[in-house]
Design a protein around this ligand. Structure first.
Ligand code: 13P
Length: 256
């Protein structure tokens, strides 16, 4: 099964809508008309409408960084799946470790969001990964397996091809420490085994599993060369066109 690489930029809480314009123009100019690698930008909510307009005629896709599981109602400060779809958002990052650690999200609460996303035709980018303490205690695979099983409980088998996972070891996020190519492959392969148990081997082979955590142009080629690494979820290096485009170039080379 050949899976198209997905390179997704998670801007986190960076860039005003005004600042987003220049970066998106540079991305469009360089990769806006290619589709050998799928490219997605995930700006803050405040820039979604602007970025949506800017990428309308291009091959660049739009993602959000979070959403609420409810359809509408008295949830001050929250945004629904339908609101995202209305802005032509295609992907939504769910369960990022920063949301787990800082905003109390759990496998169970994220599961409700994953199901709401897929029911609204949004492709979830479901984030999982162990902390440093968990890795040092030898618990990596156990932690990641339960995140996969619990976060994807009741996920509809008919929509498995629209599911994306992002393995982001917490100790590698924003630290400059990257998982080695072998460490990433070991966990990605194990995730695919769990997905096979849940959905069958053929369906599991369609799921893209991204790596995230200090990915940059210098280490992208080695990570992307691993058989179960199907792209990257990029934080810091997605904030400048030079670095983001460098990673996309590595994916283009790897896929050719
Ligand atoms: P960095 O690339 O800055 O380490 O962030 C990774 C990440 O959290 C992407 O979601």
């Amino acid at each position: 099964m050949s899976r198209k690489y997905l390179i997704a930029g998670n801007w986190k809480m960076n860039k005003t809508a005004t600042e987003a314009v220049d970066l998106v123009h540079e991305i469009n100019a360089s990769v806006g008309s290619q589709n050998s690698v799928q490219v997605c930008v995930c700006p803050p909510f405040t820039s979604l409408a602007k970025v949506s307009e800017l990428i309308e005629q291009t091959e660049v896709f739009l993602g959000a960084q979070n959403m609420n599981a409810e359809a509408s109602g008295a949830f001050t400060g929250e945004v629904s799946a339908e609101m995202l779809r209305d802005l032509y958002v295609s992907f939504v990052i769910l369960g990022h470790s920063e949301r787990r650690q800082l905003y109390g999200e759990t496998n169970e609460s994220i599961n409700r969001k994953v199901l709401a996303a897929i029911h609204n035709n949004l492709k979830p980018i479901y984030c999982i990964g162990e902390t440093l303490e968990e890795r040092e205690a030898g618990q990596t695979l156990e932690v990641v397996r339960s995140q996969v099983r619990q976060g994807l409980a009741d996920y509809p088998a008919s929509s498995v091809e629209h599911l994306i996972l992002a393995y982001e070891p917490v100790w590698a996020i924003g630290t400059g420490k990257t998982a080695t190519d072998e460490m990433a492959q070991e966990v990605h392969a194990d995730i695919r085994v769990v997905l096979s148990e849940m959905f069958g081997e053929s369906a599991a082979s369609t799921v893209r599993i991204l790596y995230g955590g200090s990915m940059k142009p210098e280490n992208a080629a080695g990570l992307l060369a691993q058989p179960d690494v199907d792209g990257g979820l990029i934080g810091g290096a997605s904030l400048t066109s030079r670095a983001f485009l460098g990673i996309i170039e590595a994916a283009t080379t790897a896929s050719s």
